[in-house]
Design a protein around this ligand. Sequence first.
Ligand code: CKX
Length: 608
Amino acid sequence: MANKMLYPRQTLTRSVIDLSGMWKFAFDYESKGNELNYQNGIPSKIEVPVPASFADFFTEKEFKEYTGDFWYETSFYADKSWKSKDIDLRFFGAAHVATVYVNGKEVAYHHGGFLPFTININDVIKYDEKNIIVVKLNNELSHTTLPCGESLVMKNGKKVTKPYFDFFNYSGLIRPVKLVITPKSSILDVNLVHELNGKNSKTNYEVFTNTNDDVYVNVFDEDEKLVASSKGKKGVIEIENTKLWKPLNAYLYKFEFLIEKNNEIVDQYFLNVGIRTVSIKGNRILINNEPVYLKGFGKHEDSPVSGRGYNLPFAKRDFELLKWIGANSFRTSHYPYSEEIYDIADKEGFMLIDELPAVGMLVSTRNAVDAATAAKIKPFFDEEIVQTVTLKNHLNTLEECVIRDKNHACVIAWSLLNEPDTVGSKKAVPYFEALFNRCNELDPEKRPRSFAAIIASQPDRCLCTHLCDFIMLNRYYGWYTEGGYEIEDGLVRLDEELDKWDKVGKPVMFTEYGCDTMQGVTRLPSVMWSENYQVEYFDGYHKIFDKHESVMGEQPWNFADFQTTEGIIRCDGNKKGVFTRDREPKMAAFVLKRRWENLPINYKGKKD
Ligand code: CKX
């Protein structure tokens, strides 16, 4: 399998070596690194931590805003016992375009900073001396990169990034890099599809291996008691009195996968599996055939200094805050998050909408204003290169994401794009059709698919919402339009728009609504940017949501303040957080807590 996606786990037959720590680092303004033989070792005294993005370490503006090629280097010694094994190098997240060299030889090229890639290095490894790993990264944006944007050259010859999206273009080895030692005969991937029948359940499984040796599957409950087992690469696991995985009430069985030969265990791998089903009925999303009302946020993997870096302490704090406020879900806006976050969500019973890094497919460097005002802009999907190269990158990224995340109970739906231009060009339709169809082909569970729609994407104008299994709306009446004193007019427009969506008959949820709010600013009467305006804004929206039958989810933008490209409407980043960037509550957090603690998981219930 080209790109082994199974999360590296230490087992009886597998070992994992984490290469995190300080790596050598070098900027390469003229992209001369290869010419200067950097692939054999970079001539630099600078060191930076991995995993992390590099931008917020330095005090020089040109390093924070650096655009172009840059290099990382580390080394390791190989253990002679590995000679009979497969040795893989796994990058968990290398933003955005990576070329990897081991002992000077190019071993991989990968596009996309938010999904892992694995390289087998058996042919280049040395056992009697230090092995050198060198990575060349590039963080330039274009119409074919995911996410999208453009990169310009300033008068001083330095490159600058112009994202078509509203978060800082952090880059680097943002997630761990590990050596994964597995047996030559090993388990490569697993598909699981659950069915409920009364108190029992059936799990249709398929185990993909690179050998014909026997495969066994054993299932243990949370008390480590064996509750079911099966022999064969493909089969059905039947469990009696199944403890289902439920939102905010998770239960995880441990599925053990074994390859055996002559009664010897050749390979062993585990998955923590939540048994649940996801389906859509009319205008409801059902988990285990029960309607759910989604309460939560659009988030970011964003924290001070680490930037977009993998940051488990912040992830833990975020889950504690999500539980405190009464949330049950979040969208991985605007890119697949670190895998460890899905593991926690599985354990905590959070429902995730897993989003691809397909953001900025709306040609505008002032995304917010143009997205919010349906401005007339150059149709993105008209471009030939978008219909060819971007689509290819998009489909590759989709495949990586679905294969990586498909076995997580927490993943209940896929968001294939954020705020794309779905009105400017009819050519958006075949592009979306290719995506939506491929998603179903890849996902054994055929989970609901959608994209987060901008205001221009109205029921009678959007060319692509017919492809969606449910509707996700990003709306900013009362902020980017009809702000402050005029908010009532904005809420009337919201109400009228929802009258139209109610008739579509699909589940409708809000994946963004919110307003920039400075912590500490309270004004009576309220003014925009004040904490009490954020409260009034949410109260207004929620009254409208409660009126509309089809609305079955609310995820304000954003969970916390986050860093963006500097600009006239960004005061040290986006301030639409309900929590500050250092994870402290604004006034609205307490109001949301009161609402959500009184909104049952099956709010609005079944509509037969
Ligand atoms: N939507 C009207 C995408 C998010 C931005 C958000 C904003 C825009 C709103 C578009 O990534 O942060 O401007 O706050």
